[in-house]
Design a protein around this ligand. Structure first.
Ligand SMILES: [Mn+2]
Length: 196
């Protein structure tokens, strides 16, 4: 069974091609036109062990908003597609990741239900290259909504915005890695309902 997905999404705002392999080893090729997003997606792949290729051409002459949100939509759709009927998966994942002065926990339930809880104090109007800090929440909302999973993100403390967002992506990567993992002891779908 291969757990791969390929998404093509073209709108008047963005044109995106995204491929992933849940059973990869963290190889990626990322080109979104938004440098900080490339940095985040590269480490998301590395720490989730999900192979990820993303090529996006967005209206970055406007700003990074559409590109970041739409890559999130495609990533969510791809996760959902690659997971299929979710037989044999661990389903839950959680990780706490430090990055210097910052500490972040994320928890994931691949439940089929979109939900995001975002307990993160990020400063408004801070730019990381061309990436406004507040887009981190938009990105993960798009991923969890389109991937139909619960995602809780808590940043306990941190003063460097780059570190805060990077720790969020790394913690989410580690949590996703656990949740998508095939557990050989799981028979069928890990739900008493029988469906996820
Ligand atoms: Mn960094």
């Amino acid at each position: 069974m291969t757990r791969k997905a390929s998404i093509r999404r073209d709108t008047k705002e963005t044109k995106i091609g995204l491929q992933l392999d849940l059973d990869g080893n963290g190889k990626s090729q990322i080109q979104t036109g938004v440098g900080f997003l490339d940095h985040m997606l590269t480490l998301l792949s590395k720490h989730s062990l999900i192979d990820l290729d993303v090529e996006a051409q967005g209206d970055i002459h406007v700003d990074a908003h559409h590109t970041v949100e739409d890559v999130g939509i495609c990533l969510g759709q791809a996760l959902s597609q690659a997971l299929g009927n979710k037989e044999g998966i661990a389903r839950y994942g959680a990780a706490t990741v430090p990055m210097d002065e910052t500490l972040v926990t994320t928890a994931v339930d691949l439940s089929g239900r979109p939900f995001i809880a975002w307990k993160v104090d990020l400063p408004q109007h801070v730019l990381l290259g061309t990436f406004p800090a507040e887009l981190a929440e938009e990105f993960w909302r798009a991923v969890s909504t389109n991937g139909a999973f619960n995602l809780h993100v808590v940043c306990f403390y941190g003063s460097n915005t780059h570190h805060q967002i990077e720790a969020i992506f790394k913690a989410a990567a580690r949590a996703l890695r656990q949740a998508v993992e095939i557990d050989p002891r799981v028979v069928g779908v890990p739900s008493t309902k029988g469906v996820l």
